[in-house]
Write a protein of this length. Structure first.
Length: 332
């Protein structure tokens, strides 16, 4: 059983990055966040591949990208449930010479070119996740020991100073670690493991990062507007009769506006007015925008001049990029 991972955050950052003008003060911040999210996806893919390849000599369930709430929200990269214990695998994809520092707790990284960076302590993250998962299990009357392990997906991560009490392994050691879990005491039967996994799936909170601008404190009027060309990626396709034409490469597309309207909801807000849409798509005629928005199956709120359009989370989640192909992200 595997919960499909969402790529929504990466997709949102990618869109935001490309709609920000080069000179914008947030462009570098969004770029580095986008790259670290991508590195995370690469790490997760390495771990997922291990679970596809290896089998373990006892019953178990694996859940990826679990978001739950107990005494606080928490997100688990991978949760391995066995009859003997539950193991949280916190995946990290940080290369370089790594030191787990204590005062204050953080992870420092030194690269070959002497560049130094500081990250949130994975040990603190694991401790917090273990505590919150234990609370979540307790609320449901499920008794099972919880273990937490930090997993580095690449051997290019050299641990110079390990953490105080948390186990650290490379992804390639996951099969050995999990194979040795077997103990004399079974806490969960197969039926109880299924029950636990079902409860997690039911309680799992889909992470929905949209709209991106308010989240990052970016003024929506700073964004580059216009319909994007599906061929050359430039913004500012021109509406001619009932189609869109790219002035850069002459590509024509009848439905080019659809992605841009979706982008508006992913980046800017949850209620779109006719005039906001005209400005974003570069359309003069009120009537044309009304026709476009009405054809998209959006929810209509208000009447007359106050009419606004809403796109449901379900519709946005159904966007082709929400579960964007991970291989495609890694290549991009
Ligand atoms: Zn073009």
């Amino acid at each position: 059983m595997i919960i499909k991972r969402s790529s929504a955050n990466y997709v949102g950052l990618h869109m935001l990055y490309h709609r920000l003008p080069n000179e914008h003060s947030m462009k570098t911040v969004i770029n580095s966040k986008m790259l670290s999210t991508k590195a995370g996806i690469i790490g997760e893919t390495v771990v997922e591949a291990i679970f596809e390849k290896y089998q373990f000599p006892f019953n178990y369930r694996v859940l990826h990208d679990v978001s739950l709430i107990s005494n606080g929200k928490f997100q688990l990269d991978t949760l391995f449930i066995s009859p003997y214990c539950a193991v949280i695998l916190e995946c990290k994809n940080i290369v370089g010479e790594l030191s787990f520092e204590n005062d204050p707790p953080c992870l420092t990284r030194k690269l070959q070119n002497s560049q130094e960076d500081t990250f949130e302590s994975p040990e603190v993250q694991v401790d917090r996740n273990m505590y919150l998962l234990q609370e979540w299990l307790k609320e449901r009357g499920i008794r099972i020991p919880v273990r937490g392990v930090i997993v580095f997906s690449s051997t290019k991560s050299k641990i110079v100073k390990p953490p105080n009490h948390t186990e650290v392994i490379y992804a390639s050691s996951i099969p050995v670690l999990l194979r040795n879990l077997k103990t004399h005491k079974d806490y969960l039967s197969v039926a109880q493991m299924d029950y636990l996994a079902e409860q997690i799936v039911q309680d799992n909170q889909t992470y929905f990062p949209y709209p991106m601008c308010p989240k990052w404190g970016i003024d929506p009027t700073d964004l580059i507007t216009g319909v994007q060309c599906g061929n050359c990626s430039r913004y500012g396709m021109i509406r001619i009769k009932r189609t869109w034409l790219c002035p850069g490469c002459s590509y024509k597309d009848l439905d080019a506006h659809i992605n841009s309207v979706k982008e508006w909801f992913m980046l800017i807000g949850d209620q779109l007015s006719n005039s906001e849409c005209r400005r974003f798509l570069h359309i003069q005629q009120h009537q044309t925008v009304t026709r476009i928005l009405q054809s998209m199956g959006l929810t209509i709120v208000g009447e007359g001049k106050a009419t606004k359009y809403k796109m449901s989370e379900k519709m946005l989640s159904g966007h082709k990029n929400f579960y964007m192909d991970r291989k495609e992200i890694i290549r991009s």
